[in-house]
Structures are given as C-alpha cells and as structure tokens.
Ligand binder design. Structure first.
Ligand code: TYM
Length: 330
C-alpha cells in the first residue's frame, strides 16, 4: 500500500553520517513505492538565530547534500519549509491545541534550556508544534527519523488525536516514526559519549574527504582494551561497534566482536576498517555534492517545483482544518 512518507532536516550545517543513516537513507529507500515529501526545515533553524549572511547559503548546502545522497525530485516532493506559507498558518492554529505544560516537559526543550539558558525563546518551546505541523499538513503516516526524534513524533500523534477528538472528526492520521526494517537508530559521536550532532564537533560529514574521515576515525576515543571477557564494554568502544554495525558487513562486525571477546582486538585495525567502510558510502556522495553545489539553476528549479507541489497538498489540509474549526469567507 502506498504510504505518505515525510521527513526533514534543519538547515543548520553540513549533513553528517548520523543524519544520513538515521533518516535520509531510510527515506531514499522508500521513494520508489510511496508518496514522499522531503524538506529543509529552515524555520526550525531560526531558534539558534543564524547569521542572515549565511542563512540562504546553508539552505543551499543542505539541498545539494540531499540531492547528492539520492533524493530524486522526479520521485519525491523536495522543498524548503518557508516556501510553503501554509505551514506557518497551520502552526498558528495548532498552537491553540498544544499545552504549555506538555511542551515544557519535552526532553529536547529541557536539554536546550540546560545548554543555552540565555536563549530560551518561545520558538524553542513550540518547536514540536511546528514539527507536528510539517507532518500533519501532508497527512503523513510514516516519518523516517533517528531515535532522537521519537518523542516529537509521539507529540505529533497526540496533537492529531486531540484535534480529531476535539472536533469529533477523523481528519488527521496518526504518524509514526519509522526506520526501514530496523529499530530507530542513534549514531553516536566519535568523542566517546552522546550522539553525533551538527554542533558537537564529533561528526563525520558527507562532504568530508577521505583523509579527513580517516583522521577523525583514528582519533576516536576508545579504552585501554577489554578488561576481561565478561566485563561490560565501555561506552566509547560500544559506540564504535554501533557505527561499524551500521556501515559494515555483518561478517566484519562478527570478526571484531570475536576479537574483542577473546581479548585480541586491536582498535587501530578496527578503526582502519571502519574508516574504509564509511568512505565507501560517503565518498561517492561527496563527489556528487561538489558537482551539484555549483549548479544554482538546478537547485532553484528543484525547490520551486517542489514548493508548488507541497503547497497544493498543504493548502488542501489547511482548508479542511479551517472549515472544521468554523472559519467562513466574508
Ligand atoms: P535534525 O536536523 O536534527 O536531524 C535530521 C534527521 O537526522 C536524524 N539524526 C540522527 N539519527 C541518528 N543518529 C544521530 N546521531 C542523528 N542526528 C540526527 C534526526 O533524527 C532527524 O531525523 N526536528 C528535526 C527536523 C524536522 C523534521 C520535521 C523531521 C522538522 N520538522 C518533520 C521529520 C518530520 C531535526 O531537528 O532534525
């Protein structure tokens, strides 16, 4: 059955392999069979007050990286969030059935407050409302995302259900977070703890060259070797195995797991293998990024074409919501 599949990425910097393996790759695999929407969340990126000088360039960079990764404008609707003004209008309406208490309890909000106490803006608080709007405005059922977005998806379901109950309608489907054939993934950073993030300085980017990737992987934090066969694996080493599991063949993973168990593992060898396997995936993408990034005409035609299609779908949903809520033309 054809599903409506939607996903997005903020335009806050180059894409890393966490974005690729967490969201993008799953989405790309679904393009042939489904109605797919993929967009650049430039409004979401405004919570961190990006420099206007770089704002547009960042969007172009992410767009080129999307296309280079395999998103196909003939198969998927590819657009920039702010080029679909219906999103901002539905967001205003959705804020009326989202409660401050539940937004304050969101883990991502609490984490932002802790990390950036001087910039706790209202956009940050209502971030999940805007994200739910992105999803519900196209009535998406499947949303390929990484593990970090699971709670946001749960909130999108709550908002959909609440609207349906409030107005006694079956209007919005309840969307679910999705990973192609597996659990939602969290790609860890190379610094030993936490997830790979755009602003954490712990990532491998799709635009990195081979030398940079090898250098970063060889420097990744490990430990001094397995203490004994039964001791739990330390977090940094577990993290390397998680990335290996994502990029390498299962025999390779098994080989290093066995070496670890027998206490014979040489982290240097494992890292070399890991760097090789990451390069196999990302270097062809890097080549295409360099090609596409300079092609302004192609980039601009792609998003204009995408925005037209996204607006057609969004305006239909928005009109439906307004009719249900009692708006009438004068
Ligand atoms: P963003 O830009 O932080 O990340 C984009 C996508 O990449 C995934 N991701 C990861 N997956 C696994 N491991 C990691 N280390 C990792 N880091 C990032 C994220 O889970 C995400 O799927 N709020 C969203 C953007 C957004 C959106 C939406 C997504 C706005 N509206 C509607 C889906 C649907 C965000 O900040 O993603």
């Amino acid at each position: 059955m054809k599903e409506i599949v939607l996903s997005g990425i903020r335009s806050t910097g180059n894409l890393h392999i966490g974005n690729y393996f967490g969201a993008l790759r799953n989405f790309i695999r679904m393009q042939d069979e489904n109605n797919c929407f993929f967009f650049i969340a430039d409004l979401h990126s405004l919570t961190t007050h990006p420099d206007p000088e770089n704002f547009h360039e960042n969007i172009k960079t992410v767009l080129a990286e999307y296309l280079a990764s395999g998103l196909d404008p003939e198969k998927s609707v590819i657009f920039v969030q702010s080029m679909v003004p219906e999103v901002s209008e539905l967001y205003t309406l959705m804020n009326m059935w989202s409660y401050v208490g539940e937004l304050e309890r969101t883990s991502s909000f609490k984490e932002k407050v802790r990390k950036h106490p001087n910039n706790v803006n209202a956009g940050l608080l209502t971030y999940p409302v805007l994200m739910a709007t992105d999803i519900l405005i196209h009535k998406a059922n499947k949303v390929p995302v990484g593990k970090d977005q699971e709670q946001h998806l749960e909130m999108a379901r709550v908002f959909a259900r609440r609207f349906n109950n409030m107005y006694n309608v079956e209007f919005f489907p309840e969307p679910s977070a999705y990973s192609f054939g597996t659990e939602l993934v969290k790609i860890p950073g190379l610094d030993g703890t936490g997830k790979m993030g755009k602003s954490e300085g712990n990532g491998i980017y799709l635009a990195d060259d081979g030398k940079t990737i090898r250098k970063k992987v060889m420097r990744a934090v490990t430990d001094s070797g397995p203490a004994d066969a039964d001791a739990p694996m330390s977090e940094p080493v577990q993290n390397l195995f998680t990335i290996l599991q994502t990029v390498s063949d299962s025999e390779v993973v098994q080989f290093y797991k066995d070496k670890y168990k027998s206490g014979e593992i040489r982290y240097g060898d494992m890292k070399k293998q890991l760097a090789d396997d990451i390069c196999k995936v990302t270097l062809p993408i890097r080549e295409r990024i360099l090609e596409i990034k300079g092609n302004d005409k192609y980039l601009s035609e792609t998003v204009k074409y995408g925005a037209e299609k996204a607006r057609a779908s969004a305006s239909k949903t928005l009109a439906g919501v307004k009719e249900i809520m009692g708006f009438k033309w004068f």
